[in-house]
Design a protein around this ligand. Structure first.
Ligand SMILES: Nc1nc2c(ncn2[C@@H]2O[C@H](COP(=O)(O)OP(=O)(O)OP(=O)(O)O)[C@@H](O)[C@H]2O)c(=O)[nH]1
Length: 330
């Protein structure tokens, strides 16, 4: 579908639960020619900017980061400032106006407060749209435990199903339609076609309705794991294996970088959703790829994880300065 040259730029809020495939969808999009004139803002809730490093590896695109907090509760002013900065820098550089600014939200953020915070951007005439990813394999479990899941789906103009290679989509589709019968759904196994459908879908509702419920999650812990200088590669793998076995379905997400001691220039991207780990991806070691793993758990506290393997050459701490979810009301 060709877009009119003078169509207003879009502000796309890319929501979706932890590990549901937001970054993957976005990187697929950035590889397409249609993605020219896209700017990206990444809201990584912790100190480790994994998504930013993965997206930056796609090339030189205007990329801004909102880190150390959740954009739906603590960073709404920063968001307006960041968008205005991107627009101004583009104008000052004499570049063509952006067609799209995509905000990748952290996985537990709720679209409602973010949409409401966009008021000061009204003079820019951006058309706002919410795209939510839904992991077809995990939808029922997420819906049962996390109201953020329902808030994300309910706010979406477009719901994009992911992990269709792992599970048939019917149950997740029925669930999503029961939460938000108005959303356009994208059920596309091919990654490029899925990304194209996600980010160029015709506008449905003019803007999404903010959801009402508050979403504190005292049951979620966000921890940071680091390894000592004596730790071998096997120690790191053992620790991860133990974690998956110990936490079971209480393990929601692992992501971060490991540094193989034998390979000084190399960092390895580690991605786990639940206890399922993707093949590790090698990346150059550098300031964007520090060695640390963000571990997100349900119903498991720091002390329990430390006690899991008290002698492991690892430091486990709470992620400081982090608020993955809203504790307040709207
Ligand atoms: N098999 C399969 N794996 C996928 C698909 N989409 C994403 N993944 C994998 O799922 C994991 C999480 O994907 P991400 O794109 O990082 O998910 P995210 O929503 O950005 O994660 P957070 O930022 O932590 O909330 C990665 O290991 C991806 O490779 C898919 O359609 N099929």
């Amino acid at each position: 579908m060709r877009e009119a040259e003078d169509a207003p730029a879009e502000f796309i809020l890319l929501a979706g639960f932890l590990g549901s495939g937001k970054t993957t969808l976005l990187t697929e999009w950035l590889r397409l020619p249609e993605a020219a004139d896209t700017a990206v803002i990444v809201n990584e809730a912790g100190q480790i900017d994994v998504d930013g490093a993965v997206i930056a590896a796609e090339g030189t695109l205007p990329l801004a980061l909102l880190s150390n907090g959740c954009v739906c509760c603590s960073l709404t002013n920063d968001l307006v400032f960041t968008v205005e900065n991107l627009l101004r820098q583009r104008q000052e550089a004499g570049g063509a106006p952006f067609r799209r600014i995509i905000l990748e939200c952290s996985g537990l953020s709720r679209p409602g407060p973010i949409l409401r915070s966009l008021g000061p951007l009204a003079p820019h005439g951006l058309r706002v749209r919410v795209v939510a990813t839904c992991d077809a394999a995990q939808a029922a479990e997420r819906a049962a435990h996390f109201e953020e899941f329902a808030a994300q789906i309910a706010a979406a103009d477009t719901v994009v199903f992911t992990k269709l290679d792992q599970t048939p989509p019917e149950a997740a589709l029925a669930l999503v339609e029961s939460i938000n019968p108005l959303a356009t759904t994208v059920l596309e196994a091919d990654c490029a076609r899925r990304a194209l459908a996600a980010f160029t879908a015709p506008p449905g509702r003019p803007s999404a309705l903010p959801e009402g419920e508050a979403g504190a999650h005292p049951r979620v812990s966000v921890l940071l794991a680091r390894f000592t200088s004596e730790a071998s590669w096997e120690d790191r793998m053992d620790w991860l294996e133990n974690l998956a076995a110990f936490a079971g379905d209480r393990l929601l997400r692992v992501k971060g970088f490991l540094h193989p001691p034998e390979q000084p220039g190399l960092a390895v991207l580690v991605q786990g959703v639940g206890t399922l780990f993707s093949p590790m991806v090698p990346m150059p070691r550098g300031p964007r790829t520090p060695e640390a793993l963000v571990v997100i758990l349900r119903d498991l506290e720091l002390e329990a994880v430390r006690q899991m393997t008290p002698d492991a050459p690892a430091w486990i701490s709470r992620l400081s300065g982090n608020r993955l979810h809203c504790a307040g009301t709207d």
